[in-house]
Design a protein around this ligand. Structure first.
Ligand SMILES: N[C@@H](CCC(=O)N[C@@H](CS)C(=O)NCC(=O)O)C(=O)O
Length: 211
């Protein structure tokens, strides 16, 4: 399986982290999201949505949307439970991550830490901040009673939410204000196969230049 991703992106990291937990070998092909490559004809031919990550399966099919890829990879494992209600609860968190968490936590991190011009985004950052804090409060309240987001063991809901929550401070959020979130991040980082986001690319899998 080939993953086209940018190693600074939490959405791309989700795929690499789950693959590591599942023991799936993947080949990482680095695409610089800031270079405009996702608008190129080549990239749009493999993902008309124009976004990273994209996974190329063995039959040359391409699959986009990070959380859809998590579901695909985790099928048949405890990371994507069989039981109907648990499955729906996992989906609840995956949809919530994309609509109520990622747009505020990941986007603010991008503007502050990666865009190279945070001052150009000052008003957008100020508008997003309360929504990001609301998302972190929601997670903190939920995790005060539980070890994992859904059920009794980690699932792809934890992977999806871990990706950008653990780097929220890069966007100026204060995780000390959310002790249950901090304890959950520690549990995620303590899992035996855990792989940090900043793992050098060579260790993710060999990097190949993209066309
Ligand atoms: N909902 C998508 C979001 C993907 C996304 O926003 N990817 C960013 C990088 S994290 C991207 O490719 N941006 C490039 C662009 O918008 O041109 C997912 O979860 O995969």
């Amino acid at each position: 399986m080939i993953v086209y991703g940018d190693s600074r992106s939490g959405n791309c990291y989700k795929i690499a982290l789950l693959a590591r937990h599942l023991g799936i070998t993947l080949e990482w092909r680095e695409v610089d999201v800031l270079s405009g490559a996702t608008r190129s004809d080549w990239f749009l031919s493999i993902n008309p949505f124009g976004k990273l990550p994209v996974v190329e399966l063995d039959d040359d099919t391409h699959l986009a949307e990070s959380n859809a890829v998590l579901c695909y990879l985790a099928e048949g494992t405890a990371w994507w439970p069989d039981e109907r209600l648990l499955r729906a609860e996992v989906l609840q968190w995956l949809f919530w991550e994309q609509y109520s968490h990622e747009p505020y936590i990941a986007t603010v991190r991008f503007w502050v830490a990666l865009s190279g011009q945070p001052e150009a985004h000052t008003s957008q950052i100020a508008r997003c901040r309360p929504q990001g804090e609301r998302a972190l409060r929601r997670m903190d309240g939920h995790l005060r009673e539980r070890r994992w987001l859904v059920g009794g063991h980690p699932t792809i809901a934890d992977i999806a939410l871990f990706a950008y929550t653990h780097v929220a401070e890069e966007g100026g959020y204060r995780l000390d204000d959310y002790p249950a979130v901090l304890a959950w991040l520690d549990r995620m980082q303590g899992l035996p196969e855990h792989m940090p986001m900043q793992t050098p690319r060579a260790l993710w899998q060999p990097a190949h230049p993209c066309p």
